[in-house]
Ligand binder design. Structure first.
Ligand SMILES: [Zn+2]
Length: 214
C-alpha cells in the first residue's frame, strides 16, 4: 500500500538590485528578500525534490520580476518601475475579493438562467435575489474601486521624510556597492572559497523547511 505524503517546501532568498536614479543619476542598490512555497503529493522521494524545484523556480521568478519600493538615497525619488509595481500591488486584496464576489454572483446567476428556460420555472421567491444582486453590484464595484485606488496611488506624492527614512534604512549607496563587488572579486580569486556569483552567495541564505505529512 502506498501512502500519499505531502511534501511542503519553502524557499527563501535575496538578491542585490542595482540601478541609477532617473532623477539625479546616483547609483544605488538594495537587497530584496522573497520567499516561495510549493507542495507536491505522491509516494516516494521524487515528490520532495519536485516540490523543492518548484519552490526554487517560483523564488527565482519573484527575485527576477519583483521590486521593492526603495527611494534614491541622494534625492529621495521613487523610480518609475517601482511606481508601476506599487500601483500593481496596491490594494491587491481588494481586487481578489472583488473577483471572488463576482464569481459568487455568476454561480447564483447561471442556475437562474437555466431555471428561466425550463418549463417548470421556480417561483421568484426560490431564487436568492438579494444575494445575487448584492454580489453582482459589490463584486465589480470592488474591482473598480481598486483600479481607482491604484491609479491614484503614487509613492512619490508621499511625505519626503518618510521616503528619505526608507532610503536611509534600505538603500545601499554607490561606495558600498563598490565594496560589495570588491569583496565578490576577492572571493572569486580566493583559494579557499569556490568561485560563485554574488546571487549565489546571497542565495546561501536560503533556508528550506521540509515537512513530510502522514
Ligand atoms: Zn536620485
Amino acid at each position: 500500500m502506498v501512502i500519499a505524503t505531502e511534501h511542503k517546501v519553502r524557499a527563501e532568498g535575496s538578491r542585490l538590485k542595482e540601478l541609477d536614479c532617473e532623477k539625479c543619476r546616483a547609483r544605488y542598490g538594495y537587497v530584496m528578500e522573497r520567499d516561495a512555497s510549493a507542495t507536491a503529493t505522491s509516494g516516494g522521494k521524487a515528490a520532495g525534490w519536485r516540490a523543492e524545484d518548484r519552490a526554487l523556480d517560483a523564488l527565482d521568478n519573484k527575485l527576477d520580476t519583483e521590486l521593492d519600493i526603495i527611494p534614491c538615497p541622494r534625492c529621495g525619488w521613487v523610480q518609475a518601475d517601482m511606481v508601476r509595481w506599487a500601483k500593481r500591488t496596491h490594494w491587491r486584496g481588494l481586487r481578489n475579493a472583488g473577483i471572488a464576489v463576482t464569481a459568487i454572483a455568476v454561480l447564483f446567476g447561471v442556475p437562474f438562467r437555466f431555471a428561466e428556460q425550463s418549463i417548470s420555472r421556480p417561483s421568484d421567491s426560490a431564487f436568492p435575489w438579494t444575494t445575487f444582486l448584492l454580489c453582482a453590484a459589490i463584486g465589480p464595484g470592488l474591482i473598480i474601486l481598486r483600479l481607482a485606488l491604484a491609479a491614484l496611488h503614487d509613492p512619490n506624492s508621499g511625505s519626503r521624510e518618510a521616503l528619505r527614512a526608507l532610503a536611509e534604512e534600505r538603500a545601499i549607496p554607490a561606495d558600498e556597492l563598490d565594496e560589495i563587488h570588491a569583496e565578490e572579486e576577492e572571493r572569486k580569486h580566493g583559494e579557499k572559497e569556490p568561485s560563485l556569483p554574488l546571487d549565489e552567495i546571497l542565495r546561501r541564505q536560503i533556508r528550506r523547511w521540509r515537512r513530510r505529512g502522514g
